[in-house]
Design a protein around this ligand. Structure first.
Ligand code: PHE
Length: 370
């Protein structure tokens, strides 16, 4: 029996297979369990030894030839597919790079990073506390008892339900509760700043219901107002990158500090090209053409607050301050409407935002813009 015809036909069909799927179909047709060539192999068993001696090598040769042809065609089809893919995926390297979407760092984040960098240099760590607070941490422990008018002054957002200890829950109205949490958690001495979001029911061009503060707290032995003044001066000179920053300390009142000090910063009135005058920080507010601008609240930590923090006020003293981060950003980078900070307008963000690579460092200048 001659298999030449079978062989010719098989090889021709294999050569004509247009894709890997068709080729696999042929493999099954010829060499699969029920395949035609597998069928021929099975006939060997029923043959006489003489017949088998003739037919055996022929059938095996047929199988060999078909197997080889299948392999060769498969390799050819695969390399053709690869060629086609490579051809379709070419890119023109002479074209300009496509516009890559690029985010910016919000000025509030940038200023918080600048503050962390400046205060780290003075040995301050960054602390945080919850935005959802209880009225003990936000008020009572800060010497603002229930009937105190300061509670009403804070325009607090309350939650309908109390916490497990029967305390009223609220959105913190300032970062000062972090003072209490820091004292209770780490004991003394303490040097921290606590940046974060605070909430008050208030809204106009300079007030938004959510804004940002940074709290500063130092607790140690023998701390005086002098330390407070030096710290604020050093911080503000580094932040505004000017040596001529002049501060004025005025007596004030906060329940959690005693004495309390309102800090003003001197500015010059400079008329711009549009004829409008702008305030530029620097110089004494008492000089001609200058004025004072209220900047932050501070004072020596009240003995009652130190006691609420679990420390002995005869042993430990300290100072604290609180300042609006958004306001610091506006003064340094020249925005005039606080509400725009939180509108999420990409044009505003593209204009006032910072490059993600522009990480504030003291050596490069904390306010460097890429
Ligand atoms: N917590 C005060 C406020 O929000 C600011 C402040 C902080 C004042 C620390 C004194 C000391 O107005």
């Amino acid at each position: 029996m001659d298999h030449a015809a079978t062989r010719e036909e098989a090889l021709a069909r294999i050569a004509a297979a247009q894709d890997l799927g068709a080729l696999e179909g042929l493999r099954v047709e010829f060499l699969g369990k029920q395949g035609s060539i597998s069928g021929l192999l099975k006939t060997l068993g029923a043959m006489s030894p003489d017949e088998r001696q003739v037919a055996g090598p022929q059938i095996h040769a047929l199988r060999e030839a078909v197997t080889e042809a299948l392999g060769a065609r498969k390799a050819a089809l695969e390399s053709a597919a690869l060629e086609a893919q490579l051809a379709s995926e070419t890119i023109d390297l002479s074209l300009p790079a496509p516009e890559a979407p690029r985010g910016t760092i919000h000025p509030v984040s940038q200023v918080m990073d600048e503050l962390a960098e400046i205060f780290a240099d003075m040995g301050f760590a960054v602390a945080t506390g919850p935005e959802i607070e209880d009225d003990w941490h936000n008020f009572t422990a800060l010497n603002i008892p229930e009937s105190h008018p300061a509670r009403a002054m804070h325009d607090t957002f309350y939650f309908p339900d109390k916490d497990g200890q029967g305390r009223d829950m609220l959105l913190r109205t300032h970062t000062s509760p972090v003072q209490i949490r820091a004292m209770l958690q780490q004991g003394a001495p303490i040097r921290i700043i606590a940046p974060g979001r605070v909430y008050r029911s208030d809204s106009d061009a300079t007030h938004t219901p959510m804004f940002h503060q940074v709290e500063g707290l130092v607790i140690d032995k023998g701390i005086t107002l002098g330390h407070l003044k030096w710290t604020l001066e050093t911080f503000l000179k580094a932040y505004f990158e000017r040596e001529d920053i002049v501060l004025r300390l005025r007596p004030s009142y906060f329940p959690f500090t005693e004495p309390s000090v309102e800090v003003d910063v001197g500015f010059a009135l400079v008329s711009g090209p549009d004829g409008k005058s702008r305030r530029v920080l620097g110089g004494s507010g008492d000089d001609p053409g200058h004025g004072w601008m209220e900047l932050l609240g501070s004072g020596m930590v009240n003995r009652k607050v130190i006691a609420a923090g679990g420390l002995d006020p005869d042993e430990w003293q300290g100072f604290a301050f609180g300042v609006g981060v958004d306001r610091l950003a506006m003064l340094k980078y020249g925005m005039d409407d606080l509400r725009a900070f939180f509108d999420g307008d990409v044009r505003w963000l593209a204009h006032y935002g910072f490059s993600p690579l522009d990480v504030p460092t003291l050596s490069a200048g904390v306010g460097a813009r890429a």
